[in-house]
Design a binder for this molecule. Structure first.
Ligand SMILES: [Zn+2]
Length: 234
């Protein structure tokens, strides 16, 4: 009896959605799912093409990023996932891709401005771009420090990771998270679509204005608070 079977399945399903949604090429990217009771997460093994992935290939790791069960070596980004799970107790899944448009904004080291309601339906701030990593972090425990780069960027900007579930890391690419691995995958696709729309907006009108405050407020309020009416009642 494999006590991590359900967790491996959740991580596997999330990983397999990434090529389906056009968010990854070759072996790029990784998704993970957490089990809070056991304080472990399941993540894609390193360097395995999606077409060859199997449920049992998912590696079980602890919050220090150490593999505790599994035959393969975990994703090279495992320590970034570990840091985020350890720091943010509410999240259930994490996704990292090098999706084209999100990565282009990360490489340009630009926040993705909030231009429209598609963006505002998911978050009512710009999608932040964390600064590129310092040399000492790159030369040190790089993947571990990438996690802190993400956490520190949100802190410095006063953003809540329960509201803003996506970020770009400067010079690198997007990271997303959510209450479940499936939600983190969804956020990864949203980030890519919003990145694409923002770029096209600026191509059509380099002076396009960002979303009016009244619309930002409206979209925030319809998802939150006592009078929210977005989606179905739970
Ligand atoms: Zn990467």
């Amino acid at each position: 009896m494999d006590r991590f079977r359900a967790l491996r399945e959740e991580a596997y399903e999330a990983n397999m959605r990434l090529p389906e949604l056009g968010l990854v090429l070759f072996t790029f990217g990784n998704a993970s799912a957490v089990d809070r009771n056991e304080a472990v997460f399941a993540i894609k093994p390193s360097g395995v093409p999606y077409a060859d992935l199997k449920v049992n290939d998912m590696v079980i790791c602890d919050f220090e990023g150490k593999a505790v069960e599994g035959k393969m070596r975990p994703s090279s980004d495992t320590k970034t996932h570990a840091v985020l799970y350890k720091e943010w107790s509410e999240i259930g899944g994490i996704v990292h891709t090098h999706s084209t448009y999100g990565t282009a904004w990360a490489q340009a080291i630009k926040d993705i401005p909030i231009f429209g309601t598609t963006h505002a339906d998911h978050l009512t701030s710009d999608i932040p771009c964390a600064p590129p990593m310092k040399d000492e972090y790159i030369q040190g425990d790089y993947e571990h420090m990438t996690g802190y780069q993400i956490i520190d960027c949100l802190k410095e900007r006063g953003l809540d990771h329960n509201e803003v579930e996506m970020i770009l890391v400067g010079n690198h690419a997007p990271f997303t998270w959510g209450k479940s691995a499936a939600k983190a995958v969804y956020n990864s696709a949203v980030c890519e679509e919003v990145a694409k729309m923002a770029q096209l907006t600026l191509q059509i009108n380099p002076n396009a204005n960002t979303l009016k405050e009244a619309l930002k407020k409206k979209h925030f309020e319809r998802k939150h608070g006592g009078n929210s009416y977005y989606g179905q009642e739970q």
